[in-house]
Design a protein around this ligand. Structure first.
Ligand SMILES: Cc1cc2nc3c(=O)[nH]c(=O)nc-3n(C[C@H](O)[C@H](O)[C@H](O)COP(=O)(O)OP(=O)(O)OC[C@H]3O[C@@H](n4cnc5c(N)ncnc54)[C@H](O)[C@@H]3O)c2cc1C
Ligand SMILES: NC(=O)c1ccc[n+]([C@@H]2O[C@H](COP(=O)([O-])OP(=O)(O)OC[C@H]3O[C@@H](n4cnc5c(N)ncnc54)[C@H](OP(=O)(O)O)[C@@H]3O)[C@@H](O)[C@H]2O)c1
Ligand SMILES: *[C@@H]1O[C@H](CO)[C@@H](O)[C@H](O)[C@H]1NC(C)=O
Ligand SMILES: *[C@@H]1O[C@H](CO)[C@@H](O)[C@H](O)[C@H]1NC(C)=O
Ligand SMILES: *[C@@H]1O[C@H](CO)[C@@H](O)[C@H](O)[C@H]1NC(C)=O
Ligand SMILES: *[C@@H]1O[C@H](CO)[C@@H](O)[C@H](O)[C@H]1NC(C)=O
Length: 532
């Protein structure tokens, strides 16, 4: 075990109250001081709510969740509001592919620091009319969205599931609608009264280690129905970061893009801003990027558009084989990456092979998102995660460096992350990770030496490369993820209770259904209402 982590951890701050934050909160609340778990499972491996009583001897006496938005749920708490897009002045800067430029750290007033302002006695300032900086808080979920993961795995083990609850006659089973996901997540939070541990409208703008070994958080709260902002600092023994990484859009830098948007406002969007497809009716639409987002939106736009052009890296294998097939399917005009945009020459697009398409009405960037931790970016001493570690590689396919098992800061394991691992089993992986953190922080287990943590990282880099694959565990490798984390869990906690290995074939079924729906929708062989 590394020396600095041997301080007893009694208070924990959780940054973000999406799926990852809520799952972590429940796990930590149910870990006991003696390193055992308070969570009960029945012999068939189901979470046993009746026997999970109040935790009489909690390991962590104080746990506070901080949530920037006015409600919990993260991505799955959409309000289908005015979507986010990059402002003209930011496009004009030609730095719109830099996450630190798009989302700089929020600056607290200098008079806040070291004056003893607290949650109950904060520094109060007037709130400016336009919030600064832009927080990118809107969700990318749209009305028509259904899941790309089977229902069984779109939940942590604390959310009940029964075989017959899937609507077998639904066109989309085992997939589910956006609403079902939101509903089950919020039900979980309600059942276990998680909200009382969470401060909403509260952005963690900075965290730093202070001399006595605590983490000092700087918090900006914009209370509901108030024109004032409350600023304060609060100390915690440990910080769990679960801020998500699908909120700040990645737009590749392309010559002419800024001029194009200036001239034809609303003709360019990122998949995050997609809401309705009416505006694409009879239009020439250019899709850039054909990952899950690109293909998902394309299936709605294709039937109404005049023409659909697809710009993607030639011969690229998408994350699922069916996506690659869909991206090159009949009726689509296939192009390589864009070289240049010339809005003044009849909306001309020049591709990297020299070919040209004119009269393009809409450009839809489905080019992914940035990983970004603005609250960690400022000279946080000893943090390799962000300072030297977060390597922004080409495009959005970054990796986060400096974390042992995608989870514990190697420099200081009282800082841990949930949600860095990339897998279609997101919810189970959040739970497994949170459980490992609970185990280590409750001293039920200890991490190997820094040296062996570092060598584990170099080993994985050698095997997977320094890109997104470093964090990637598809269903067929999920056992490896379990093996990495299971010996850190609280005593009595089992990885097998968290990840159901018996139904992994549901993922194949899910991909088949997603593929079938793609062609049915694209070819107008199904009504949209039938996907509900
Ligand atoms: C269009 C779309 C479709 C998707 N579909 C699926 C799907 O079908 N299946 C699936 O498994 N996954 C899907 N996902 C992935 C989805 O992101 C995960 O399911 C899950 O929501 C991730 O949870 P999270 O808690 O990590 O992040 P989020 O849901 O993003 O939650 C993070 C929270 O942290 C808050 N926060 C951020 N910074 C701060 C701060 N400084 N202070 C306080 N709070 C902060 C944010 O406001 C947010 O509420 C989809 C994502 C997108 C964008
Ligand atoms: N429930 C659903 O159905 C649903 C729908 C949408 C999204 N999601 C989720 O949202 C998450 C994000 O998915 P995403 O598709 O938005 O992002 P993504 O997986 O990061 O995909 C981005 C794509 O853009 C491409 N790209 C980047 N720069 C490009 C350029 N200059 N020209 C052409 N292509 C470029 C990338 O390919 P290169 O390798 O060539 O760069 C990549 O294929 C996923 O986890 C997914 O599960 C789910
Ligand atoms: C953690 O557990 C180890 C034994 O495994 C013990 O030596 C150590 O004192 C414990 N630390 C704390 C802070 O309780
Ligand atoms: C998505 O959720 C919204 C409400 O939250 C709902 O109006 C919409 O019908 C849902 N979409 C689907 C496909 O269920
Ligand atoms: C560190 O000091 C702050 C006050 O400056 C206090 O709130 C916090 O509890 C202290 N932490 C420890 C571990 O003593
Ligand atoms: C906040 O304002 C809205 C209308 O602006 C009102 O309906 C609501 O009751 C107010 N809530 C509180 C807590 O004051």
């Amino acid at each position: 075990m590394t020396k600095d982590a041997r301080k007893e951890i009694k208070s924990v701050a959780i940054i973000g109250a999406g799926v990852a934050g809520l799952t972590s909160l429940f796990e930590l609340l149910n870990t006991r001081k003696d390193g055992t778990t308070n969570l009960a499972y029945s012999s068939d491996g189901k979470f046993d709510e009746a026997n999970t009583n109040e935790n009489k001897n909690p390991a962590f006496q104080k746990i506070v969740g901080f949530e920037l938005k006015s409600s919990i749920g993260g991505i799955w708490s959409p309000n289908f509001d005015t979507p986010d897009f990059i402002e003209q002045k930011d496009l004009d800067s030609e730095r719109y592919d830099d996450p630190l430029f798009l989302r700089p750290p929020t600056e607290a007033p200098s008079e806040l620091y070291n004056r003893g302002y607290t949650f109950s006695e904060p520094l109060i300032t007037e709130r400016p009319d336009t919030p600064s900086p832009k927080t990118w808080a809107a969700s990318g979920i749209y009305q028509h969205l259904y899941s790309n993961v089977p229902q069984r795995y779109l939940r942590n083990s604390f959310i009940p599931y029964s075989e017959n609850q899937e609507k077998q006659n639904s066109n989309i089973a085992p997939l589910i609608t956006n609403y079902s996901i939101t509903e089950s997540l919020l039900d979980f939070a309600k059942t276990h009264r998680l909200e009382k541990h969470i401060r909403v409208n509260s952005e963690v703008v900075k965290i730093k280690k202070v001399s006595n070994g605590s983490w000092r958080l700087t918090v900006k709260e914009n209370p509901k129905n108030s024109s004032l902002t409350r600023w304060y600092e609060e100390d915690f023994d440990a910080v769990l970061v679960s801020n998500g990484h699908y909120s700040i859009p990645y737009i590749p830098r392309i010559e002419g893009l800024s001029k194009w948007v200036a001239r034809y406002r609303d003709s360019v969007l990122h998949s995050k801003s997609f809401r309705e497809f009416d505006k694409f009716k009879n239009k020439r639409c250019l899709f850039v990027g054909t990952g899950l987002s690109g293909i998902d939106i394309l299936q709605y736009v294709f039937p109404v558009a005049k023409e659909v052009i697809v710009s993607r890296t030639p011969d690229k294998e998408e994350i699922y084989p069916w996506l690659t097939k869909a991206a090159t399917s009949e009726g689509l005009i296939k192009k390589p990456r864009i070289k240049e945009l010339r809005p003044s020459e009849n909306r001309k697009v020049i591709f990297q092979d020299g070919s040209i398409v004119e009269g393009v009405d809409h450009i839809i960037f489905s080019t992914g998102y940035h990983w970004h931790y603005p609250f960690l970016n400022e000279g946080v001493s000893g943090l390799s995660v962000i300072k030297s570690g977060q390597k922004v590689l080409k495009d959005s396919a970054s990796m986060v460096d400096g974390l042992f098992l995608d989870t514990f800061s190697i420099d200081d394991p009282s800082l841990a992350f949930v949600g860095v691992t990339v897998t279609p089993l997101k919810w189970p992986s959040f739970e497994l990770t949170a459980s490992a953190i609970a185990g280590v922080w409750a001293n039920a287990s200890s991490l190997p030496s820094k040296d062996s943590q570092l060598s584990a990282i170099s080993q994985r880099k050698k095997e997977m490369g320094e890109n997104l694959l470093f964090h990637y565990f598809p269903p067929m490798h999920i056992k490896e993820l379990m093996a990495r984390l299971e010996h850190f869990l609280p005593k009595g906690r089992k990885a097998a209770d968290i990840i159901d290995l018996k139904h992994l074939s549901d993922f194949e079924k899910a991909a088949e259904v997603a593929e079938r729906l793609f062609y049915l929708l694209k070819n107008e062989e199904i009504e949209l209402s039938e996907t509900l």
